[in-house]
Design a protein around this ligand. Sequence first.
Ligand code: NAD
Length: 255
Amino acid sequence: MKALAINGGAGRMGQILAGGLSATGRFSIGALVDTQAPHELFGATYAPSWDVVDATTIDVVVDFSSPEGVVASATWCAAHGKGLVIGTTGLSDDQRRAVEEAATKVGVVIAANYALGAVLSERFAAMAAPYFDRVEIIELHHDKKVDAPSGTSIAAAKGIAAARNAAGLPEMTDPTVRHTVSGARGADTIGGIKIHSVRLPGLVAHQEILFGGPGEGLTIRHDSFDRLSFVQGVALAADAVDASPRLIDGIQSLI
Ligand code: NAD
């Protein structure tokens, strides 16, 4: 059984993961690291910072905190030889480099989405991409999400753009020339793929990938109705990492 430390352990995801991962029977929760005290401990010790975590009690760190928190987790894991699973999104280039640096010393999984259905929908979208002229993405999240567009939608756009490129399709150009209200056509991302972000209370994490071709459309939709949807993917990632240096970018290769 692997012992986990969860950075961001008091947060919405941290609390769900602590309960969900310990319920698998494959993990124990050694420490909940967070700047604020958690509601529930799930048998773990609360640590207000990494300075007070006993490294001998931890095998793998799971980070669902903030971009600054990820850098602290990566530094601690590299210093103590612990595998790291990162779910936190919205990293800057410098913060991403800190993760890549840690992966030269220990095993790191970083994924924008740990829901298995979301990963599969990305795979299905890459399969469909060569056969449709146009594609746009709508991502819908709860109203507390601080970054937009979602990391998941960017990853999906990259996969679709790569599949289009491999099939010899041209980069998409937007036919809209008159923008009555700026931003109406969404954000421009890789390959000219537009992403539209919706933020509403009551939502968790949802995404529609809309393809259009002559006389037909295809919509690939995934819904995370509950944060429990991320537990299985995080468990796969936590199983996969240890002190051996490597970077696993996305959990596609784990399912
Ligand atoms: P949240 O705000 O509920 O929880 C974040 C927690 O991290 C808070 O308790 C906060 O006090 C703590 N924290 C912030 N900075 C910290 C630091 N430097 N050190 C220690 N603790 C720190 O947010 P959430 O909804 O749980 O989401 C957390 C992150 O996980 C976000 O980046 C979100 O986008 C991401 N997320 C990813 C996935 C995925 O599948 N990859 C799924 C859901 C959420």
